[in-house]
Design a protein around this ligand. Sequence first.
Ligand code: 13P
Ligand code: ZN
Length: 261
Amino acid sequence: MYNDIFNDILEQVSEISGHLWNYGWAERNGGNISYNITGCASLFCERPALGTPRPIGFKVPELAGAYFLVTGTGKRMRYVSKSPLDNAAVIRICPDLEHYEIVAEKEIFPSSELPSHLAIHNFLQVDRPSYKAVLHTHPIELIAMTHNRAFLEKDVLTKILWSMIPETRAFCPKGLGVVRYVLPGSVALAEATLEQLKEYDVVLWEKHGVVAVGEDLVEAFDMLDTLSKSAKIYESACSMGFVPEGMSDAQMNELKEAFNL
Ligand code: 13P
Ligand code: ZN
Protein backbone atom coordinates (compact mmCIF):
# COMPACT_ATOMS: atom_id res chain seq x y z
CA MET A 1 0.00 0.00 0.00
CA TYR A 2 2.84 2.42 0.86
CA ASN A 3 6.09 2.91 -1.04
CA ASP A 4 9.27 1.16 0.12
CA ILE A 5 10.83 4.23 1.74
CA PHE A 6 7.71 4.97 3.80
CA ASN A 7 7.44 1.29 4.79
CA ASP A 8 11.07 1.35 5.94
CA ILE A 9 10.35 4.44 8.06
CA LEU A 10 7.34 2.73 9.65
CA GLU A 11 9.52 -0.30 10.42
CA GLN A 12 12.15 1.89 12.05
CA VAL A 13 9.53 3.69 14.13
CA SER A 14 8.10 0.33 15.19
CA GLU A 15 11.50 -1.15 16.11
CA ILE A 16 12.89 1.88 17.94
CA SER A 17 9.72 2.74 19.88
CA GLY A 18 9.73 -0.86 21.12
CA HIS A 19 13.32 -0.42 22.35
CA LEU A 20 12.36 2.83 24.12
CA TRP A 21 9.65 1.01 26.05
CA ASN A 22 11.81 -2.05 26.80
CA TYR A 23 14.69 0.13 28.01
CA GLY A 24 12.42 1.84 30.54
CA TRP A 25 12.87 5.16 28.75
CA ALA A 26 9.19 5.59 27.85
CA GLU A 27 7.02 5.68 30.98
CA ARG A 28 3.36 6.26 30.10
CA ASN A 29 3.48 8.53 27.01
CA GLY A 30 7.09 9.67 27.59
CA GLY A 31 9.05 10.59 24.47
CA ASN A 32 8.15 11.34 20.86
CA ILE A 33 9.46 10.77 17.36
CA SER A 34 9.20 12.78 14.16
CA TYR A 35 10.29 11.93 10.65
CA ASN A 36 10.52 14.19 7.62
CA ILE A 37 8.60 12.10 5.05
CA THR A 38 8.36 14.78 2.36
CA GLY A 39 10.21 12.66 -0.18
CA CYS A 40 7.90 9.66 0.20
CA ALA A 41 4.52 11.18 1.09
CA SER A 42 2.86 10.93 -2.32
CA LEU A 43 0.04 8.87 -0.79
CA PHE A 44 -0.83 11.74 1.53
CA CYS A 45 -0.54 14.54 -1.05
CA GLU A 46 -4.12 14.21 -2.33
CA ARG A 47 -5.64 13.78 1.11
CA PRO A 48 -7.93 16.50 2.40
CA ALA A 49 -6.98 18.00 5.74
CA LEU A 50 -8.89 16.81 8.81
CA GLY A 51 -10.15 19.71 10.88
CA THR A 52 -8.79 23.22 10.66
CA PRO A 53 -5.14 24.34 10.38
CA ARG A 54 -3.40 24.56 13.75
CA PRO A 55 -0.74 27.15 14.71
CA ILE A 56 2.89 26.09 15.07
CA GLY A 57 3.83 29.10 17.21
CA PHE A 58 6.46 30.46 14.83
CA LYS A 59 7.38 30.39 11.11
CA VAL A 60 9.17 27.47 9.50
CA PRO A 61 10.40 29.05 6.22
CA GLU A 62 12.40 25.98 5.13
CA LEU A 63 9.45 23.60 5.41
CA ALA A 64 7.06 24.80 2.70
CA GLY A 65 4.79 21.90 1.76
CA ALA A 66 6.74 19.45 3.95
CA TYR A 67 5.15 16.32 5.44
CA PHE A 68 5.98 14.77 8.81
CA LEU A 69 5.14 11.61 10.64
CA VAL A 70 4.91 12.60 14.33
CA THR A 71 3.94 10.38 17.23
CA GLY A 72 0.64 11.49 18.75
CA THR A 73 0.41 13.43 21.97
CA GLY A 74 -0.43 11.12 24.87
CA LYS A 75 0.39 8.03 22.83
CA ARG A 76 2.40 5.27 24.46
CA MET A 77 5.62 4.01 22.83
CA ARG A 78 4.64 0.41 23.55
CA TYR A 79 1.57 0.91 21.36
CA VAL A 80 3.40 3.02 18.76
CA SER A 81 5.63 -0.02 18.34
CA LYS A 82 2.71 -2.37 17.68
CA SER A 83 0.88 -0.06 15.32
CA PRO A 84 2.72 3.13 14.33
CA LEU A 85 0.02 4.65 12.14
CA ASP A 86 -2.68 4.20 14.80
CA ASN A 87 -0.54 6.22 17.21
CA ALA A 88 1.04 8.88 15.01
CA ALA A 89 -0.11 11.93 13.10
CA VAL A 90 0.79 12.73 9.51
CA ILE A 91 0.95 16.49 9.12
CA ARG A 92 1.53 18.92 6.26
CA ILE A 93 2.96 22.43 6.69
CA CYS A 94 0.50 25.04 5.35
CA PRO A 95 1.51 27.60 2.69
CA ASP A 96 1.58 30.38 5.33
CA LEU A 97 4.45 28.44 7.04
CA GLU A 98 2.86 29.16 10.43
CA HIS A 99 0.22 26.44 10.58
CA TYR A 100 0.02 22.72 9.95
CA GLU A 101 -2.84 20.41 9.07
CA ILE A 102 -3.46 16.75 9.83
CA VAL A 103 -3.75 14.57 6.71
CA ALA A 104 -3.70 10.99 8.03
CA GLU A 105 -6.84 8.85 8.06
CA LYS A 106 -7.31 9.33 11.80
CA GLU A 107 -7.32 12.72 13.45
CA ILE A 108 -4.44 12.07 15.84
CA PHE A 109 -2.92 15.22 17.31
CA PRO A 110 0.87 15.46 17.13
CA SER A 111 3.17 15.44 20.15
CA SER A 112 3.14 18.38 22.57
CA GLU A 113 6.84 18.73 21.69
CA LEU A 114 5.92 19.60 18.07
CA PRO A 115 7.47 23.12 18.45
CA SER A 116 10.88 21.57 19.16
CA HIS A 117 10.51 18.94 16.43
CA LEU A 118 9.51 21.43 13.73
CA ALA A 119 12.09 24.03 14.76
CA ILE A 120 14.73 21.30 14.52
CA HIS A 121 13.54 20.03 11.11
CA ASN A 122 13.47 23.61 9.83
CA PHE A 123 17.10 24.04 10.92
CA LEU A 124 18.24 20.63 9.60
CA GLN A 125 16.74 21.30 6.19
CA VAL A 126 19.49 23.89 5.65
CA ASP A 127 22.29 22.78 7.96
CA ARG A 128 22.14 18.96 7.60
CA PRO A 129 19.69 18.25 4.73
CA SER A 130 20.27 14.48 4.82
CA TYR A 131 18.97 14.33 8.43
CA LYS A 132 15.33 13.20 8.53
CA ALA A 133 14.72 11.87 12.06
CA VAL A 134 14.25 13.55 15.45
CA LEU A 135 13.94 11.44 18.60
CA HIS A 136 13.05 12.67 22.09
CA THR A 137 13.10 10.19 24.96
CA HIS A 138 13.68 9.87 28.74
CA PRO A 139 16.83 7.72 29.35
CA ILE A 140 17.16 7.11 33.10
CA GLU A 141 20.91 7.43 33.76
CA LEU A 142 21.47 10.37 31.40
CA ILE A 143 18.62 12.30 33.05
CA ALA A 144 19.99 11.40 36.49
CA MET A 145 23.31 12.99 35.54
CA THR A 146 21.55 16.29 34.78
CA HIS A 147 20.58 16.52 38.46
CA ASN A 148 24.23 17.32 39.21
CA ARG A 149 24.86 21.01 38.51
CA ALA A 150 28.56 20.47 37.84
CA PHE A 151 27.65 18.25 34.89
CA LEU A 152 25.61 20.99 33.20
CA GLU A 153 28.60 23.17 32.35
CA LYS A 154 29.65 23.09 28.69
CA ASP A 155 31.18 19.76 27.60
CA VAL A 156 31.67 18.40 31.13
CA LEU A 157 29.29 15.50 30.45
CA THR A 158 30.66 15.01 26.94
CA LYS A 159 34.12 14.44 28.36
CA ILE A 160 32.96 12.10 31.13
CA LEU A 161 30.81 10.01 28.80
CA TRP A 162 33.41 9.89 26.01
CA SER A 163 35.98 8.66 28.51
CA MET A 164 33.95 5.66 29.71
CA ILE A 165 34.42 3.49 26.59
CA PRO A 166 36.10 4.04 23.19
CA GLU A 167 32.80 3.49 21.34
CA THR A 168 31.24 6.63 22.77
CA ARG A 169 34.13 8.80 21.56
CA ALA A 170 33.96 7.11 18.14
CA PHE A 171 30.20 6.99 17.56
CA CYS A 172 29.13 10.26 19.22
CA PRO A 173 31.97 12.38 17.86
CA LYS A 174 30.22 15.70 18.48
CA GLY A 175 29.39 14.89 22.11
CA LEU A 176 26.24 16.37 23.59
CA GLY A 177 24.85 19.78 24.42
CA VAL A 178 22.80 20.72 27.48
CA VAL A 179 19.66 22.86 27.78
CA ARG A 180 18.85 24.17 31.27
CA TYR A 181 15.36 23.31 32.51
CA VAL A 182 12.60 24.86 30.39
CA LEU A 183 8.87 24.08 30.37
CA PRO A 184 8.20 20.92 28.28
CA GLY A 185 6.45 21.61 24.99
CA SER A 186 7.33 25.32 25.00
CA VAL A 187 8.67 27.46 22.18
CA ALA A 188 11.43 28.53 24.61
CA LEU A 189 12.55 24.88 24.83
CA ALA A 190 12.57 24.66 21.02
CA GLU A 191 14.72 27.81 20.76
CA ALA A 192 17.21 26.68 23.40
CA THR A 193 17.50 23.26 21.74
CA LEU A 194 18.18 24.81 18.34
CA GLU A 195 21.03 26.83 19.79
CA GLN A 196 22.72 23.63 21.00
CA LEU A 197 22.05 21.72 17.77
CA LYS A 198 24.30 24.12 15.89
CA GLU A 199 27.15 22.23 17.54
CA TYR A 200 25.78 18.82 18.54
CA ASP A 201 23.57 15.98 17.25
CA VAL A 202 22.41 15.15 20.79
CA VAL A 203 21.00 17.59 23.34
CA LEU A 204 20.15 16.83 26.97
CA TRP A 205 17.17 18.61 28.51
CA GLU A 206 17.92 19.17 32.21
CA LYS A 207 15.74 17.01 34.51
CA HIS A 208 13.61 15.92 31.54
CA GLY A 209 15.19 13.92 28.70
CA VAL A 210 17.24 13.98 25.58
CA VAL A 211 16.85 14.81 21.89
CA ALA A 212 18.87 13.21 19.09
CA VAL A 213 18.86 13.91 15.37
CA GLY A 214 20.10 11.70 12.56
CA GLU A 215 19.83 10.72 8.93
CA ASP A 216 17.44 8.05 10.13
CA LEU A 217 15.90 6.96 13.40
CA VAL A 218 18.25 4.01 13.93
CA GLU A 219 21.25 6.33 13.79
CA ALA A 220 19.67 8.80 16.24
CA PHE A 221 18.76 5.96 18.63
CA ASP A 222 22.22 4.34 18.42
CA MET A 223 23.89 7.53 19.61
CA LEU A 224 21.57 7.66 22.63
CA ASP A 225 22.12 3.97 23.29
CA THR A 226 25.90 4.48 23.28
CA LEU A 227 25.77 7.57 25.51
CA SER A 228 23.40 5.77 27.85
CA LYS A 229 25.83 2.82 28.07
CA SER A 230 28.56 5.25 29.17
CA ALA A 231 26.21 6.79 31.75
CA LYS A 232 25.43 3.30 33.10
CA ILE A 233 29.14 2.47 33.39
CA TYR A 234 29.67 5.71 35.30
CA GLU A 235 26.77 4.87 37.61
CA SER A 236 27.92 1.28 38.01
CA ALA A 237 31.42 2.35 39.07
CA CYS A 238 29.96 4.90 41.51
CA SER A 239 27.74 2.22 43.02
CA MET A 240 30.87 0.06 43.51
CA GLY A 241 32.17 2.90 45.65
CA PHE A 242 34.54 4.80 43.35
CA VAL A 243 34.38 7.51 40.70
CA PRO A 244 35.61 5.92 37.45
CA GLU A 245 38.99 7.09 36.22
CA GLY A 246 37.96 7.38 32.57
CA MET A 247 40.24 7.16 29.55
CA SER A 248 42.97 9.81 29.50
CA ASP A 249 42.96 12.79 27.12
CA ALA A 250 45.88 11.16 25.28
CA GLN A 251 43.87 7.95 24.80
CA MET A 252 40.88 9.89 23.51
CA ASN A 253 43.04 11.95 21.15
CA GLU A 254 44.60 8.74 19.82
CA LEU A 255 41.05 7.55 18.98
CA LYS A 256 40.21 10.87 17.35
CA GLU A 257 43.19 10.56 15.04
CA ALA A 258 42.78 6.82 14.36
CA PHE A 259 39.13 7.20 13.39
CA ASN A 260 39.45 10.61 11.73
CA LEU A 261 36.82 12.07 14.07
P1 13P B 1 3.67 13.80 24.13
O1 13P B 1 2.86 12.61 24.57
O2 13P B 1 2.83 15.00 23.92
O3 13P B 1 4.54 13.45 22.94
O4 13P B 1 4.65 14.20 25.33
C1 13P B 1 5.59 13.31 25.85
C2 13P B 1 6.82 13.98 26.33
O5 13P B 1 7.82 13.32 26.55
C3 13P B 1 6.84 15.45 26.54
O6 13P B 1 8.13 15.93 26.72
ZN1 ZN C 1 9.59 14.42 27.34
